[in-house]
Design a protein around this ligand. Structure first.
Ligand code: THU
Length: 137
């Protein structure tokens, strides 16, 4: 799975976004170490706080199926009526979930404007001094 293919998965996942309140559609594609891809979209709620981000949807799908080792995640988010987007960086809660299940020095976060135009960050860059499982050892 190339980075471009993973980003294509994120844009496909974005089409499933349920975002009637914000109109902001996000898709994520999480690549597991075994090669499987877990798609996620944001899922909003009339009560607002139950809303789940695309990234966490992807992580929770994988973890709930027993998969806990990941290499990278591709993310695409922007106004639902637009096909190309600005970079959509993951929220703090999603970065914290990534910290739980990945090595922040190697796990990659691909932020896409389109299926072929994206930037790559390490989780450590987006969550410096993050608190994670190692702090509790
Ligand atoms: N959202 C995500 O799904 N991922 C992000 O990285 C940022 C925000 C969602 C949550 C909400 O449904 C909408 O985008 C607007 O905040």
């Amino acid at each position: 799975m190339t980075d471009a293919e993973l980003m294509k998965e994120a844009f496909a996942a974005r089409k499933m976004s349920y975002c009637p309140y914000s109109g902001f559609a996000v898709g994520a594609a999480l690549l597991a170490k075994d090669g499987r891809v877990y798609r996620g979209c944001n899922i909003e709620n009339a009560a607002f706080t139950p809303t789940n981000c695309a990234e966490r949807t992807a992580f929770f799908k994988a973890v709930s199926e027993g998969v806990r080792s990941f290499t990278k995640i591709a993310i695409a988010g922007g106004r639902a009526d637009q096909t190309e987007t600005d970079l959509c960086a993951p929220c703090g809660v999603c970065r914290q979930v990534m910290m739980e299940f990945t090595d922040p020095d190697t796990f990659e976060i691909l932020l896409g404007k389109s299926e072929t135009d994206f930037q790559i960050f390490k989780l450590r860059e987006l969550l410096p001094l993050g608190f994670g499982p190692k702090n509790l050892e």
